[in-house]
Design a protein around this ligand. Structure first.
Ligand code: FAD
Length: 315
């Protein structure tokens, strides 16, 4: 057993740490009264990413296990927790971590707190706050150590480097996985990542056609924003599923969310109603989106959108 109490599983893209990793480090530091913090980089090209991570943490394990599978991630995180002696494992929340954190918690016989907004400790437990019931309720949960928890993206300030460089250690991961990935098709990403964007411009069915999304894209690229879509738009085949915001799509929490011809159904709201500022354009003054919007424009999107693009270009 090692000397660490907290282990951060550091999300990365094979080149660099992702924003979620820096949020997870911040969360771990908030619990530093429990003990020291180590990190683990799992996957491919882990040595290089671990070097970057060593600017933030005194020990970083590099677990070179190849392409992602939930089994391998759980196994590697477990090996790192064993080696470091960690009783608390922190990771960034999201679709990917949801596939391996339960496996890890089972291996560690640990409690699991998913998608926490904030976390604290009394020395024996982790107390986490999270949304429930489509973000309408917040609930506080308490789990006795050991605990695995995830931090909901965009809820925590990014960690700053520690000022001194830590050490990187290669980590052997024992058991080979029983499931082998034969082929992987990754989504073609262009522009800003939806879940990491500080500005999101979302188009709804009221735009009338897939072609009308050219205006949404133009406004988004002018503002350095990511493009989002409603499920109605995705189901119609106008936009890819990767852009869907909502209960069965992605959860976003940007500083600014611009909803263009989006009705604001409760299932859509579940993915965006925690945005800092919401601006809505809809021709129906009774559209539910206006109930949660900070600024609303009642009008035809085909007239308002070009004016928004012009205004954005002058910023
Ligand atoms: P609509 O509801 O058709 O709204 C279009 C809006 O555009 C209207 O408000 C209209 O007034 C306005 N409009 C029309 N023309 C113009 C114009 N010229 N100018 C300005 N405004 C105009 N939805 C999601 O988005 N994400 C999800 O993850 C999701 N998950 C779901 C899960 C379940 C289990 C279920 C049952 C539903 C889910 N839905 C989800 C679907 C959701 O209920 C709505 O059907 C969907 O969000 C509607 O999309 P929309 O706002 O684009 O379309």
């Amino acid at each position: 057993m090692g000397e660490y109490m907290i282990l951060v599983v550091l999300e990365h893209d094979g080149q660099r740490l992702r924003k979620g990793a820096l949020e997870a480090i911040s969360r771990a530091r908030q619990l530093s009264a429990l003990g020291a913090i180590a990190g683990v980089v799992i996957g491919e090209n882990t040595q290089a990413v671990a070097q970057e991570a060593a600017q933030y943490l005194s020990t970083v394990y590099a677990a070179e296990v190849g392409p992602y599978t939930p089994e391998k991630w759980a196994e590697a995180a477990y090996a790192a927790a064993q080696k470091s002696g960690a009783r608390v494992v922190v990771a960034s929340g999201g679709r990917q971590s949801r596939t391996w954190t339960a496996r890890l918690a089972y291996k560690m016989k640990a409690g699991l707190l998913e998608d926490t907004l904030e976390t604290s400790t009394d020395g024996q437990h982790i107390i986490g706050v999270r949304y429930s019931f489509l973000n309408r309720v917040t609930e506080k949960q308490k789990a006795a150590l050991p605990v695995v928890f995830t931090a909901k993206p965009n809820t925590t300030p990014l960690a700053e480097p520690a000022g001194s460089s830590g050490v990187v250690e290669a980590l052997e991961v024992g058991r080979p996985p029983t499931v082998e990935v034969l082929e992987r098709l990754s989504e073609q990403k262009k522009g800003v990542s939806l879940t990491e964007a500080t500005v999101v411009v979302t188009g709804g069915r009221g735009l009338g056609s897939p072609e009308a999304f050219a205006g949404v894209e133009e406004l988004a690229s002018t503002l350095g924003a990511a493009v989002g879509a409603t499920r109605a738009v995705v189901d119609a085949g106008w936009r890819p599923y990767s852009e869907q915001v909502g209960q069965t799509g992605k959860t976003v929490q940007p500083n600014l969310y611009i909803a263009l011809a989006v009705s604001g159904a409760v299932q859509h709201q579940a993915g965006m109603n925690k945005s800092k500022y919401i601006v809505a354009v809809n021709k129906d003054a009774e559209a539910p989106i206006f109930k949660i919007a900070d600024y609303g424009i009642v009008g035809d999107v085909h007239q308002v959108l070009p004016a928004l693009i012009d205004a954005a270009k002058k910023l």
